[in-house]
Design a protein. Sequence first.
Length: 395
Amino acid sequence: MKKIYLIIAGVFLSAILFYALKIGLFYNKIYTPKNGNQINTTPIPVKTNFSFLLLGYAGGNHAGTYLTDTIIVMHFDTKKKKALMISLPRDIWVKLPTKSGDDFHSKINTVYETELFPNDFPDLDTKIAGNKSDAELTKYILGEITGFQIDNYISIDFASFTKSIDILGGVDINVTKAFEDEKYPAEGKENDLCGKEEQFKQIEPYLNDLDATKSAEKEKLLKEKPELDEFLRNATASPELVFPCRYEKISFAKGTQHMDGSTALKFARSRQSPQDGGDFARARRQQQVIEAVRARVFSVGFISKIPSLLDELDQYVKTDIGPEEITRISKEIPNAGDYILSSLVLSDENILSADRSTNGQFILIPETGEDDWESVQKFIRNNLEIITPPPIPKK
């Protein structure tokens, strides 16, 4: 029975992960528990709105393994036949609940990692959102931002993302703007010292120690070896200058291109391009990749690839979607053509403003002020309302 569940769940996960559940994430009704032995004559309301959270993290064994630099909320209205895909930038500044009541703000891309390792943050109050899944607090906070109740989540690391696209035979993506990125992180070289082990050993004690900025030891070292002064500054501010082997140059020409998993991942993650850089451009490209994979999933020949895809995904995917949800959702698959999709990227060009935290971090907050999510929720609702549903075909 467990094996059957895993197979069914795997099929569903692969679909929703790459937006294939544009046609599947809809329910006709929800089940409610019985109220003891009493007969409830009140009609059970039909649930028509569903929201799912997709989290993408780097994976691996390096620092920041679970930082979710891909955060997408998929919202579906089964009554109005509307679907909205919302990308949220990683620098959104959010407030996390604490047991003591002390202020605890962080970037949104750290919330999932914080929740996975609560012992590292003993004051974090995860119980405010319940303990149903590993991402309950993350869903709670995303719900506060978007105004949607987040029903379920799926998280995946980028290693699985890459291999899954290869299993599918690659994807076709229309690159709307040519760009190049000379600072793309080279796989497996995140901590490579590029032959500068000796210099690094000398400046390492002063990299993260704020009190060391005026220490006599540091001043003496830099006076004796002034070449280390620039090395020390660049090691933190511009690491690509002192550790060039950690990066590779990537480029994409304008036009439709067939991409394998590695190439599609670079296209989706690049953020340092002078032509098309930043988190907002990256979010738009991520949505392109998701749509391209959806198209590939539903192309002829996908069924034969399901076993290989499931073998890959079950190692890297986490979710709180249960078998009952899978059964109900699968019943809506035939209604795919009835839905109209729209996409939205929250940015400082619409409802967010760039700011600095008290400790100097670049952050994004609502235009109306820190923690004022009501304005963001209204902006999202307005975008959902302007989605025009397809005309009902005449019989």
